[in-house]
Write a new protein. Structure first.
Length: 381
């Protein structure tokens, strides 16, 4: 089919599902530390800040990369759960596309000013934004994911051959100076500021950086969460590029980055939200929609890990669900209360296993990139 995706809830026909195969290690560097702090204004979450996670001897060197080995058993279970997700989506009549395999011997990618291990294309929602008939590769916010969309190129090329537009936003140099150093007054709380950023001959100042998961797609309307100068520059670019085709709405400081575990449109007129406080940040016309408030997760709802490694994802990661249509949603089978809540609102819930969602940072929405839905450029707002 031709590329066509304007929203997250009309009937899903084709989707890209990410892969965790050969995800051997995680790079802890400045870009990672600034990215994963928990989000919603006024809430610290269930764990300490990223600064507190680091051993005391390392806290004065927070920008220096550190590689975190990932346990093989957890990786095997993650791969098993993703394959199960793909099977379930296909059984619902959706065509599932998969990325190219990551060669185990690929090693590091080196760019001017930094290097990082190549990570597999797991959370494919982040580095690509599908708007109608256009693929937009977004400028990465994590160095280790700089070339992640390369593993999606055969799929993108197929859609291009069928008439899709295909655009790549400006690629950042991603030196320490690329990241907004003054974001604390303007950012959602708990975001980390660069500590002693190092000068580089490749510095160009604060750059355009944003993830597709910062955005909420509603037909002709695109809502963009802005928490720092990097996001604001990216929104400038989107406004100019999409002028006359989409309306871009700026939403300030709802979270430090992604919003797909905070506000989720389930159908026209209905939102699933993390808490009532979310409404204060939404565009005015969206505040009038019906809302389903998520039950509060408890710490014992999740696997506990012994080694004290950072747990990137919010405790609300299970709101990161995937809609098959306006009545059918895929939800983590561990979330009994959320499933019951959605069923009370007359949704058909398909439970799917996903064990290590907080450790690896991703849910069903993160793992998927919907490329064909039946929806059009509607005026939902």
């Amino acid at each position: 089919m031709r590329l066509n995706s304007y929203d997250d809830f009309t009937p899903l026909k084709e989707v890209i599902l990410g892969s965790a195969t050969d995800y051997a290690q995680r790079l802890r560097d400045l870009s990672f530390d600034m990215f994963i702090s928990d989000n919603l204004t006024g809430a610290r979450g269930y764990y300490p800040s990223i600064t507190d996670w680091r051993p005391s001897a390392d806290r004065d060197h927070r920008n220096e990369p550190a590689k975190l080995a990932l346990k093989e058993r957890f990786l095997d279970e993650l791969v098993e759960d993703i394959e199960g997700l793909g099977t379930q989506i296909a059984q619902l009549g959706v065509t599932v596309h998969r990325p190219m395999a990551l060669p185990p011997s690929l090693g590091e990618v080196t760019a001017p000013g930094w290097s990082a291990p190549v990570t597999p294309p797991l959370n494919v929602r982040d580095n690509t934004l599908i708007l109608g008939d256009e693929i937009i590769e977004t400028p990465p916010t994590l160095r280790a994911r700089y070339f992640e969309t390369q593993f999606l190129k055969p799929i993108f090329m197929n859609y291009f051959d069928q008439g899709a537009r295909w655009t790549t936003m400006p690629r950042p140099m991603m030196t320490d100076s690329s990241f907004d150093p003054d974001n604390l007054p303007n950012a959602a709380p708990n975001i980390e500021a660069p500590q002693d950023p190092q000068a580089s001959p490749y510095d160009v100042g604060v750059e355009i950086m944003i993830d597709g998961a910062n955005c909420l797609r509603l037909g002709r309307d695109l809502i963009v969460n802005i928490s720092n100068a990097n996001h604001a520059l990216a929104c400038d670019w989107l406004e100019r590029h999409l002028q006359g085709r989409f309306r871009v709405h700026r939403m300030h400081r709802l979270t430090q980055s992604h919003i797909d575990s905070v506000v989720i449109p389930l159908r026209p007129g209905t939102l699933l939200i993390r808490s009532e406080r979310v409404l204060d940040f939404l565009p005015e016309k969206l505040r009038s929609w019906d809302t389903i408030v998520s039950p509060t997760p408890e710490i014992h709802d999740y696997p506990q890990y012994e080694d004290g490694n950072p747990i990137p994802a919010s405790p609300y990661i299970d709101l990161n669900l995937l809609s098959i249509d306006e009545n059918t949603v895929l939800v983590n089978d561990a979330c009994k209360t959320l499933i019951h809540t959605l069923e009370q609102h007359h949704f058909t819930v398909v439970p799917v296993r996903h064990r290590h969602r907080r450790l690896f940072g991703g849910g069903f929405h993160c793992f998927t990139l919907d490329t064909v839905r039946t929806g059009a450029a509607e005026n939902y707002l």
